[in-house]
Design a protein around this ligand. Structure first.
Ligand code: SAM
Ligand code: DTB
Ligand code: SF4
Length: 327
């Protein structure tokens, strides 16, 4: 037991062995002058990572639309008419071809998303075949398939899955304004099932859903205070989708978004913080500041799940300008 964890008793083996952040502490970080916050975050970044390396993950949506959940931001929810063309589960061949192309373009991880509330066991078996084939190509694998039981998480671990993505999306307090078809606690349980199975956790959220700064602080605090913080923390800027309840939301102030990245870096020094959705709406200067603040991963490839992402050539040129190396 580390000495600063004085409020945990010695016989409590479930207690986290790292600093537990309070909301007041996290709010105080958000309230720092911009330069002070970025300087601090960049120091933490340098102490824990090579300052100019950025991990590259490529996404593929393997099953599109008709999702029974009502996530207010999502183009794939059956509750909203977003004009998205529905597609059943992709074939192994198509997925594998796309993964090979991602690898030759320079990605190190291939992430597959499916618009499910939770996978049916027959579908999970098909996804497992995809994971095994992609791993055989020498890529890391990540999937995001909705809620998982402990048995399903175990099956994915046995198949060799490296990461599972399941976001808390926002603060516990703001969550019910965004999704009502499942609870924040449901999200936490799946994350715990993934952790228990021994799979790396990819878990983050979205900025720009009408939340207060305190909600951003609370969301990051929840992630950082997990017994083991997620290895990968995607910070998305809301992509406004026509037909969803959030289509007319106010744009996030770029500095507030950069502050969120910086606070994530300080709270989770060893995690990869991913500058995720929303990059097509960001200037290069804004993205450069996100990397200075500690973002050291991106989604790389011309599409996210259903929306646009910068084309690889643009990211390659941008990395070249800044002297960043994609890994
Ligand atoms: N159905 C699964 C689930 O919800 O876990 C997997 C796919 S879901 C699309 C993965 C994540 O993408 C969501 O948790 C959310 O954080 C992010 N996302 C979806 N739509 C978005 C949008 N319009 N803007 C930003 N992030 C979005
Ligand atoms: C995450 O946090 N962001 C990704 C990934 N995990 C699965 C998805 C972003 C989706 C953006 C909207 C779309 O393209 O549909
Ligand atoms: Fe379904 Fe995931 Fe979209 Fe929510 S975020 S509607 S669970 S695909």
């Amino acid at each position: 037991m580390s000495t600063h964890c004085c409020d945990h008793s010695h016989d409590d083996s479930s207690a986290p062995h790292h600093h537990q952040w309070t909301l007041a502490e996290v709010n105080a970080l958000f309230a720092l002058p911009f330069n002070d916050l970025l300087y601090l975050a960049h120091q933490v970044h340098r102490m824990n990572f090579k300052a100019n390396e950025v991990q590259l993950s490529t996404l593929l949506n393997i099953k599109t639309g008709s999702c029974p959940e009502n996530c207010s931001y999502c183009p794939q929810s059956a509750h909203y008419n977003t004009g998205l063309k529905k597609e059943p589960l992709m074939s192994l061949d198509t997925v594998l071809e796309t993964a090979k192309r991602a690898k030759s373009a320079g990605a190190s991880r291939f992430c597959m998303g499916a618009a499910w509330r939770s996978p049916r066991d027959a579908d999970l078996d098909k996804v497992i075949e995809m994971i095994q084939a992609i791993k055989a190509e020498g890529l890391e694998t990540c999937v995001t398939l909705g809620m998982l039981t402990p048995a399903q998480a175990h099956k994915l671990k046995v198949a060799g899955l490296d990461y599972y993505n399941h976001n808390i999306d926002t603060s516990e307090e703001h969550y019910k304004e965004i999704i009502t078809t499942r609870t924040f606690q449901d999200r936490i349980e799946t994350i715990e099932n993934v952790r228990q199975a021994g799979i790396n956790v990819c878990c983050g959220g979205i900025v720009g859903m009408g939340e207060e700064v305190e909600d951003r602080a609370s969301m990051l605090m929840t992630l950082a205070n997990m017994k083991e913080p997620p290895e990968s923390v995607p910070i998305n800027m809301l992509v406004k989708i026509e037909g969803t309840p959030l289509e007319n939301n106010e744009a996030v102030d770029p500095f507030d978004f950069i502050r969120t990245i910086a606070v994530a870096r300080i709270l989770m020094p060893k995690s990869r913080v991913r500058l995720s959705a929303g990059r097509t709406a960001m200037s290069e200067e804004m993205q450069a500041l996100c990397h200075f603040a500690g973002a050291n991963s991106i989604f790389y490839g011309e599409t996210l799940l259903t929306t646009e992402n910068p084309v690889p050539a643009k990211d390659v040129a941008f990395f070249e300008k800044l002297g960043l190396t994609g890994i």
